[in-house]
Design a protein around this ligand. Structure first.
Ligand SMILES: [Zn+2]
Length: 426
């Protein structure tokens, strides 16, 4: 079913008339389409100070593949889905959603940001509907979007404005739709690094890894998991909030990260569902239940949202390598009882010594496989009489790794355990 035109007058919430390059309301409010951007004529909002082209081109806005791919899976970016990137900035996220086939709208207070988004969309050969807005009221109708994304916006506005944007999101989302939010640096990490700096009289200053001094004045406030959850709840959205240690991952010992995860969080992620968050079948990572985890993971298609640790970035999008240990998540349907794994081990020393791969399901050892040659093999085996429907963690551990470069196979200097092609629960 085609989606209805979502655009309306932000002031009186009635339809706009289109005349040539102009969208106008009887109240006098109007947008003018200029270079692919709907600009507000006679904007009431003050000039977006500081949010200029230079800012958007600084390294802060170097969106890594990791963050974009995570936003894409959280936003359920795909054909037939309409997504609003609220505070779209220079458009890297919006364009990536459009490339995946979603119908994407972008809104921002900064014309410089919208211009960069329009350029990026043209370069990528996709279309974005880009709207300037006043920072408070969006020019879109109720129940218009499957997903609204606010990536790195929350830290740039005060709580009153953020509440207002959350309420607007609630209004514009379809029932069951979701707001996807990312904010960094998190208040938790700013507190702990601040304390550390004071206690060491400035000797240990990890805050310099969290902020960029020349743009720090644009940060209005840092958020904690708690502040985001509370503001989402107030707006009517059901919150699912979790933290991540990313910027300072290599600064804290692993055991400290596990024990004090919440305190050390430097990124806050959240979903706000217009409805109820799904029941967590996997309490260790409750957000997995909101991701549509598959039962059949074809690693040739880059279903990377179900991958945990141990995987490298795709090699030409063809397959993925594991290190000594790989973790992934699969959804078990009612009545699932067997696990199928297709893998190969290109180790150069298999003839003298088979490679041992141990398969764990939810931390329970279910099978040990011996690999004796390099050809891809498919193993299928029973894991249980019947698995509980929901998300299950699958871990593969190999007894040794090798470095392709050391054996002249290719120039890759990374450690390789096995190559996984497909993993499936039936
Ligand atoms: Zn109007």
């Amino acid at each position: 079913m085609p989606l209805a035109n979502p655009v309306q007058c932000p002031r009186c919430r009635t339809d706009l008339d289109r005349r040539g390059e102009k969208l106008s309301c009887s109240c006098g409010y109007s947008f003018k389409l200029r270079d692919g951007i709907y600009e507000v004529e006679c904007p009431q909002a003050p000039e977006a100070l500081g949010y200029n082209e230079q800012y958007y081109q600084c390294h802060l806005y170097d969106y890594s593949d990791y963050r974009i791919s995570r936003l894409s899976f959280l936003a359920l970016a795909r054909p037939g889905h309409r997504i609003l990137d609220l505070g779209c900035g220079p458009g890297a996220v919006a364009v990536s959603f459009a490339v995946l086939g979603s119908q994407v709208y972008g809104a921002d207070i900064s014309r410089a940001a919208l211009k960069l988004s329009a350029h990026r969309a043209r370069d990528a050969g996709v279309s974005l509907e880009l709207f300037e807005f006043d920072g408070k009221t969006l020019p879109f109708k109720d129940s218009s979007f499957h997903t609204i994304v606010m990536a790195d916006v929350a830290e740039h506005v005060d709580d009153e404005t953020l509440s207002c944007l959350f309420r607007e999101s609630f209004r514009m989302l379809l029932p069951g739709g979701r707001l996807v939010l990312h904010t960094a640096p998190a208040l938790e990490a700013m507190r702990i690094t601040g304390l550390l700096r004071r206690l060491t009289f400035g000797t240990i200053d990890l805050q310099s890894r969290l902020i960029t001094p020349e743009y720090e004045h644009l940060h209005i406030r840092y958020h904690s998991q708690r502040s985001i959850a509370s503001l989402l709840k107030q707006s009517g959205l059901d919150p699912l909030v979790w933290g991540e240690i990313r910027y300072l991952k290599d600064q804290w010992p692993r055991s400290v990260q596990r024990t004090f995860h919440r305190l050390l969080t430097d990124q806050v992620w959240a979903l706000g569902i217009k409805g109820s968050v799904p029941v967590a079948t996997f309490p260790a990572a409750p957000y997995l239940d909101a991701l549509e985890i598959p039962s059949d993971l074809n690693l040739g298609h880059g279903d990377e949202w179900a991958l945990g640790r141990g995987f490298y970035d795709p090699e030409g999008g063809i397959f993925r390598w594991t290190e000594k240990e790989a973790v992934l998540y699969l959804w078990a349907r009612e009545g699932c009882s067997s696990l199928t794994i297709q893998l190969s081990a290109p180790h150069p020393d298999l003839e003298s010594k088979p490679l041992r791969v141990v398969v764990f399901l939810d931390s329970r050892k279910v099978k040990a496989l011996n690999i004796t040659d390099r050809n891809p093999k498919t193993f299928s085996f029973d894991v249980s009489r019947k698995l509980k429907p929901g998300i299950h963690k699958i871990r593969l551990a190999v007894d040794r790794t090798f470095t392709p470069r050391d054996f002249g196979i290719n120039q890759d200097s990374r450690k390789l355990g096995v190559i996984l092609y497909e993993v499936r629960l039936d």
